[in-house]
Design a binder for this molecule. Sequence first.
Ligand code: B1M
Length: 212
Amino acid sequence: MLKVMQALSEAVVSGDIDNIMRLTEEALRCSASPKETIDVGLMPGMDRVGSLFRTGEMFIPEVLLSARTMQMAMNVLRPHLMGGDVRNQGSVVIGTVQGDLHDIGKNLVRMMLEAAGFNVIDLGTDVPPEKFIEAIKAHHPQILGLSALLTTTMRNMAVVIDTLRESGIRHLIKVMVGGAPVTGDFAKSIGADGYAPNAVVAVDMAKILVRG
Ligand code: B1M
């Protein structure tokens, strides 16, 4: 199984869109769970992409290809993530905050929430505060999920929370935040109700938040 996990990591790094779906299916055939496939195969590849990008050994078009490759693998995993506890746990409006185009982690959180029985309304990336407010008024979710991957955009999470307050609806919703630069301390400092470092904890946190 280790071999296929290494092959998955390498496929993400090299942006091997021709083989990623076959390799992901192979991992599942070798009895790897979707979570193992993500944590041991795909994520290490994406982390390596991050390091190579930081040191200037990889450039944006290549990073985009890696991102696309990872998304293709996640599309294969998606149906396998479903079918666990499918009771309706509540609704979540989720999005990546304004100025930020990163969506792989947010999509993973969405998939895991859906798999756990949440109804998720995904607003996509680069979402302005007003769009979050509109969606909350339209869908009445219990949770608002905000994702940010840049140190420059994580401050926009605070802007969304301020806008909720100004709109008089802050008390109606729990806010969960996450993304690589976000920490528990940061979450507290902006008045969020919950923080999750990864998609698995995001599901646990969402369950805690809906229970009140
Ligand atoms: Co960008 N990028 N990027 N990038 N990129 C990072 C984030 C960076 C760390 C790379 C680096 O320098 N090493 C760096 C940020 C530095 C910083 O701010 N400190 C960076 C930069 C600088 C940039 C640009 C500014 C580059 C440029 O243009 N010069 C630019 C910004 C564009 C913009 O957003 N306005 C940019 C662009 C891009 C691409 C478009 C090329 C592409 C994104 C494609 C896409 O998402 N569709 C991209 C990518 C792929 C990355 C890296 C390599 C990978 C991110 C990723 O998908 N990780 C990233 C380096 C890295 O993180 N290793 C990097 C995998 C993903 C599953 O993890 O998103 O952390 P993550 O999600 C996790 C948790 O964080 C958590 O759960 C997820 C699953 O476990 N989580 C939540 C996430 N959201 C959550 C929400 C929750 C709870 C948990 O509750 C609601």
